[in-house]
Ligand binder design. Structure first.
Ligand SMILES: [Zn+2]
Length: 291
């Protein structure tokens, strides 16, 4: 981001106590030229998606993963769930782990919807649409940000993203309980949204164990699932070390951001997921979910 644009974004955020609620606003913080690159990339994906078919194969679970359903993305998210339903069934993370642990054949095509970071729009926008579709989803929360106050914790919130001081509103624990009661899974995304690869083993363990305990305490039930922040194997987490640490901490699964399908025999501690934006067209889902 250029200095001028950074200043504009910062000034705008500092002058505005309202958190970001639309993708249009969120996207205005992205780097100069980002939108043009986005349009060019979309044209390429549009072309590449022709002839692709999500239902070409069977025997898999795909994990679309989102961060937000902003106010101007609600229709897109509902449309995407409608679209996915044409190709497979929605499945909960607990059921996926049960399937993988059983070693049984995965009979059919399944989608396990996940959300990272615990933003407020998970409750306000995503939850009603998921319930409407009869779909459950897993939400991974960085416990240190849950319940942060827009005014008192302002500096911390503005530091959440590396690229710009974007004021995001996070869920609080009452809302996490509400989502859990509605049938959603609440999993850990560490305490501090930690890039585990940069952490010593002791510090990584602390992030895994503390967040798990905090979620259990606030939800009144055990936390079984972990999603590693940023999620690229070898860059953001230690492939040799961290799945084992997650297992030792008592997590039944560990989710990453490596793309691809999950099939029989795959480890529940290195689950691949497909990054998805709720405002994408169906051709983008068709392209990425058939890779
Ligand atoms: Zn994250």
């Amino acid at each position: 981001m250029s200095d001028t644009k950074m200043e504009t974004a910062a000034a705008r955020t500092l002058n505005d106590n309202q958190p970001v609620r639309t993708y249009a606003d969120f996207n205005s913080y992205s780097q100069r030229g980002g939108r043009l690159r986005g349009i060019a990339r979309d044209a390429v994906i549009q072309a590449l998606s022709i002839g692709r078919n999500i239902a070409r194969t069977s025997g898999w679970v795909r994990f679309p993963y989102y961060h937000h359903v902003f106010d101007d993305e609600r229709h897109g998210f509902a449309r995407q769930l409608d679209y996915l339903r044409k190709f497979g069934e929605f499945i909960s993370l607990d059921d996926v782990v049960g399937l993988l642990e059983s070693g049984d054949v995965i009979d059919g095509r399944y989608f396990c919807i996940t959300f990272d970071d615990g933003f407020k729009s998970c409750l306000t926008n995503a939850l009603p649409i998921l319930l409407d579709q009869g779909a459950s989803a897993a939400f991974f929360v960085p416990t240190g940000y849950i319940g942060c106050d827009l005014e008192m914790d302002r500096e911390k919130l503005l530091g959440f993203f590396d690229h710009a001081p974007v004021l995001m509103e996070f869920l609080n624990w009452e809302e996490c309980r509400e989502m859990s009661a509605a049938g959603m899974t609440i999993g850990s995304h560490t305490v501090n949204h930690a890039r585990l690869a940069e952490f010593s083993e002791a510090d990584a363990c602390r992030e895994l164990e503390t967040s798990k305990a905090i979620i259990a305490e606030n939800l009144g039930q055990a936390c079984h699932h972990f999603c590693t922040p940023f999620g690229i194997p070898g860059r953001d987490y230690n492939v040799e070390r961290d799945p084992g640490l997650a297992m030792a901490a008592g997590y039944k699964s560990m989710l990453t951001t490596e793309r691809g399908a999950t099939r029989r025999g795959d480890s529940p501690h290195r689950i691949r997921r497909d990054h998805t934006l709720a405002n994408w067209g169906n051709h983008q889902l068709r392209y990425f979910l058939s890779l």
